[in-house]
Design a protein around this ligand. Structure first.
Ligand code: SF4
Length: 644
């Protein structure tokens, strides 16, 4: 459904056209003007807007431009770093140049990062003191001293304090000891380095910026703590909005693992007197006990009914951390040293109490909890809210004017987030590409893998081989399982004498660079490559989707939404929640193919559910209008007719 464009702003259209004419190799983008006018109207009317902008719309400039022209400060929150990079390197400098010459005023933009991305001057001072004391019993005892010394030197010249500006290698553990999270920061009252603080300065600078770029997680955190991170603003654009529910839920979740007990024990040991070291031992024991309890539940839901040992351990933890905290605060150590440990104890206590409250409250529909392995391979307990629309209403929809946009918007997104818009539908901006001519969808007859796995696997190999031969390489092959990725890659490497890169061989960034540079190569990967791959031109002319990427059993959040939906609507939650996610992921995979007006190519889906299930039409309805065939001859003709 299309929304009427309520206000036609001639100045905006003329100015946007002028900007577009200055872009080298720019293509005509009628959708961009339409989207810019819709954003302009939403600002004018102080309304929220949700826009699904097909690939090639040029949506970044379409939303940045109206805010810039109206001199409205805006925060743009993205999900991926790739989109931030593209905005900072291309769209924003272009806009700056245009506004500054056309409007004869300054225009500034800034990337705002989380607190711990900036060097902490208090940590630098502590590290220098520790060095002059011979580094005995210090916070830094377990760290790489060479790296710490280099960071101390760097601190004397850096202007930003941003970790990204470091030119030497630094381990995460070293950086963690030289930076702090927002919660760990001593704040204005207690930090003697507040005036020269890099994180504080970045916030001050952001108050001068016309556009502040941040990520979803940082923005969600900002809303949760009442706007202390991003600073005052009235307008926000959430780009890559299809990820908003997951990323905001994650940011508003509580996590608990034994690592925080270990850290607390190690640091307290350095400052407590000999006679109080039993308090440290009791914390170390608790960390070990918690890991043991959590390991038994790893990969499972945590509920009041099945977590008696975890509950018992955390009740013990509450009193032991309280005692340790009291002992730390009573020592005669330097105030800052005590504060660092005591702050960590306070924050741990807060989360222990939240988990205890959850476990003691009995069944609830508002939160869900599970245990999974964290980045460090340790079991971690998560408690997540199940419905973030209430929070969004209070902190976002009623406080700011928001534009949500993405190339693909789930059918249920507006409803799930509770976005208050009039007709409850997104504005749809058609892609400028001629999909009917530029692409072809190939869905061969395949057996059901759950009924005849061997036959399906055999046909996957023969179909993949035929397709790669017809395309002459140039293939992005996407899998939902690592085992299947390895099986097909191994076999194709024996059948072809062309480069087949596999996820895991090198970093994703390197693999993409090599794949784009060699027009005979193929790239085989899993979920990482379903979105964000942007390779225009002939190097990517065939996308093979091995299986539809429906949410797997370890996607706890999605499974919880699905279960909740079944309970509330008394219908099949899978259709309300997981099916739209599967559709979204296939649409994203297909979106890798056509990136420019003269791109062309084929998408092959080797999953029979695409055409033979009773919900298959949902996929075909959501995909751009490419012809669909199950005949491989059509693929041959398509490639023969399109230039390489
Ligand atoms: S204000 Fe916080 S982040 Fe800044 S130097 Fe002080 S403790 Fe570190």
């Amino acid at each position: 459904m299309c929304h009427p464009i309520e206000v036609y702003n001639e100045k905006l259209v003329t100015s946007l056209q002028l900007l577009a004419s200055n872009i080298e190799n720019s293509e005509e983008r009628p959708g961009q003007t339409g989207m810019a006018l819709a954003v302009d109207s939403s600002i004018e009317n102080n309304e929220h807007l949700v826009v699904e902008a097909g690939t090639g719309t040029g949506k970044t400039l379409a939303y940045l431009f109206p805010y810039a022209l109206k001199e409205k400060r805006v925060v743009v929150a993205t999900y991926t770093k790739a989109l931030q990079d593209q905005m900072l390197k291309s769209d924003l400098p272009l806009l700056k140049k245009h506004i500054e010459s056309d409007q004869n005023r300054t225009f500034n933009f800034l990337l705002l990062k989380g607190w711990s991305n900036y060097l902490c001057n208090e940590r630098v001072d502590a590290a220098e003191k520790s060095k002059s004391n011979g580094r005995q019993e210090s916070f830094f005892a377990d760290n790489d001293f060479d790296e710490i010394d280099k960071i101390i030197e760097w601190s004397k010249t850096t202007i930003t304090g941003d970790r990204n500006d470091i030119t030497f290698s630094v381990k995460n553990s070293t950086w963690d000891s030289m930076s702090v999270t927002r919660k760990e920061c001593f704040g204005k009252e207690k930090c003697p380095f507040y005036d020269s603080c890099f994180a504080v300065k970045s916030r001050e600078k952001s108050s001068q910026a016309d556009v502040i770029v941040a990520n979803h997680a940082l923005y969600a955190l900002d809303l949760a703590i009442g706007g202390h991170l991003v600073g005052p603003h009235e307008h926000v654009v959430i780009d890559e909005a299809h990820e908003m529910e997951t990323s905001f839920t994650r940011a508003w979740s509580i996590t608990l693992s034994s690592g925080r007990f270990e850290w607390l024990a190690a640091q307290s040991k350095r400052i407590l007197k000999e006679e109080n070291l039993d308090a440290v031992t009791s914390i170390t024991e608790l960390g070990e006990l918690l890991t043991k309890n959590m390991t038994q539940h790893e990969g499972h839901w945590v509920r009041t009914s099945n977590a008696a040992e975890i509950l018992k351990t955390l009740e013990l933890a509450e009193s032991r951390v309280e005692r340790l905290n009291h002992l730390v605060r009573s020592t005669s150590n330097e105030e800052r040293t005590k504060l660092r440990v005591a702050n960590a104890a306070d924050s741990l206590l807060e989360d222990i109490r939240a988990v205890l409250l959850f476990l003691n409250s009995g069944p609830t529909l508002s939160q869900v909890s599970w245990i999974e392995l964290n980045d460090r391979g340790k079991p971690e307990l998560n408690i997540s809210p199940l419905d973030i629309s209430v929070n969004l209403k209070e902190h976002l929809w009623e406080q700011k004017q928001a534009v949500l946009t993405s190339a693909t918007i789930q059918t249920n997104l507006i409803d799930r987030l509770g976005v208050p818009i009039d007709d409850g539908n997104p504005l749809r901006i058609e892609s400028p590409f001629n999909y009917a001519k530029q692409g072809l969808i190939y869905c061969p007859d395949m057996p059901d893998p759950s009924k005849d796995t061997a036959k399906w696997q055999e046909l996957v190999l023969s179909e993949t081989e035929k397709l790669i031969s017809l395309a002459g390489g140039r293939t992005l092959c996407l899998f939902t399982s690592r085992t299947e990725l390895q099986r097909v890659t191994k076999e194709m490497r024996t059948r072809f004498d062309l480069p087949i890169f596999m996820q895991g061989d090198r970093s994703a960034k390197e693999l993409l660079r090599e794949f784009a540079a060699d027009e005979t190569s193929c790239l085989f990967g899993t979920r990482t490559f379903f979105q964000g791959v942007d390779i225009p031109g002939p190097a990517l002319s065939l996308v093979i989707v091995n299986r539809i990427p429906f949410p797997g059993p370890t996607e706890f959040l999605v499974k919880a939404w699905s279960e909740q939906s079944s309970l509330i609507t008394h219908s099949f939650g899978w259709r309300n929640i997981e099916l739209p996610i599967g559709v979204l992921r296939v649409v994203q995979a297909v979106g890798r193919l056509i990136r420019k007006k003269d791109d062309s190519g084929v998408v092959a889906v080797l999953d029979p559910r695409m055409t033979r299930s009773d919900y298959g039409h949902k996929f075909l309805d959501a995909l751009p209008g490419m012809p669909v065939t199950k005949n491989i001859d059509d693929v041959e003709v398509f490639f023969a007719q399109t230039p390489e």
